[in-house]
Design a binder for this molecule. Structure first.
Ligand code: UDP
Ligand code: MG
Length: 310
């Protein structure tokens, strides 16, 4: 018998726990035929509703259901990491609780790993139907920007829904960084990945946990985690401004020699000072971003804290 671990991060998903379980059980017969057992890990990421109760109810019915309760909300990336660390399966899959990642795809994904020898099967949505247009616009810009800046490929529209072999999971676990940007980590470890595409499915119940602002911060985290290009941009800007300053010095000296010193030029001086200080603060900001990430990284704080495990 092989074991398939199913990791489900949940944050305020009380309405979805049971629905997800029922949907997942529709694939049970397929996996039974192929001699694969389930281990279902619900990672409760500090929910403020009855998510934990719902999972405990399921656990009483089905002992393959496990619960990992965090002491507070640590974010989906931490929940995924916890699930991977606790997983015992030969294969591991993680998917959202809101049924936006259809469990019905699992048999097909499993086929690619077992029959075609892929190390992981990932999914990407080809449409952004049902998403506010402004969000789609910024999401596209983000993916094109990060792919220009980073050597690691980060796939547009990639979801975290992914089935992996044990070897792939161990590779991910070996990346113990505190600032976890999964979309980059999956690409960074390499291996053969098969991409499945599907149309975006809207959330059935509850609400998305991502506001525009949260996504913006997440985008910055992704860029700092997988690219140091902004630091190079800061240096290049510095060099350019040195050249500009040299040219201005020459112009000023020549003008003084030829025309004397009429003490004019106040408006241009104001412009130059504002521009240069703006650029300086911008570059300082970039430096600050990397410094703050390094600061958090060297503290070696745990990625999550478990309150209870069932
Ligand atoms: N999630 C989590 N911790 C968080 C936010 C979200 O574990 O801090 C879980 C959430 O319960 C869901 C999944 O991550 O199962 C995806 O969240 P959501 O559906 O809100 O994101 P979207 O699908 O809108 O990108
Ligand atoms: Mg969702």
């Amino acid at each position: 018998m092989k074991l398939l671990t199913i990791i489900v991060p949940c944050y305020n998903e009380e309405e979805n726990i049971a629905d997800f379980y029922n949907e997942l059980m529709k694939t049970e017969s397929f996996f039974k035929q192929h001699e694969v057992d389930f281990e279902i890990l619900y990672v409760n990421d500090g929910s403020k509703d009855h998510t934990a109760c719902e999972v405990k109810k399921l656990h009483e019915k089905d002992e393959r259901v496990h619960l990992i309760n965090f002491s507070r909300n640590f974010g989906k990336e931490s929940a995924i990491y916890a699930g991977l660390q606790k997983s015992k399966g030969d294969y591991v899959v993680m998917l959202d609780c809101d049924l936006q990642d259809p469990p019905a795809l699992l048999p097909e994904m499993y086929g690619y790993i077992v029959n075609d020898g892929f190390d992981s099967v990932a999914t990407r949505r080809v449409t952004r139907k049902g998403e506010p247009p402004i969000r789609s616009f910024f999401a596209r810009r983000f993916y094109s920007l990060i792919n220009k800046m980073s050597k690691t490929e980060i796939v547009d529209g990639a979801r975290d829904y992914r089935l992996m072999t044990r070897q792939f999971v161990n590779a991910i676990l070996s990346m113990e960084e505190y600032n976890r940007f999964s979309k980059g980590i999956f690409g960074w470890v390499g291996f053969e990945t098969k991409w499945l595409e599907y149309e975006n499915i809207e959330r059935k119940k509850g609400e998305t946990k991502w506001s525009f602002w949260k996504l913006f911060i997440y985008a910055i985290d992704g860029i700092t985690a997988f690219s140091t290009v902004p630091l190079a941009v800061a240096s290049i800007l510095g060099v350019l401004f040195c050249f500009l300053a040299a040219a201005l010095i020459i112009v000023t000296i020549v003008r003084k020699a030829v025309y004397g010193d009429p003490t004019s030029g106040w408006p241009s001086l104001v412009c130059i000072i504002s521009l240069v200080s703006g650029v300086q603060l911008f570059c300082l900001g970039i430096l600050g971003q990397y410094l703050s990430k390094t600061y958090l990284e060297v503290k070696k704080r745990p990625i999550y804290i478990v309150k209870e495990e069932i």
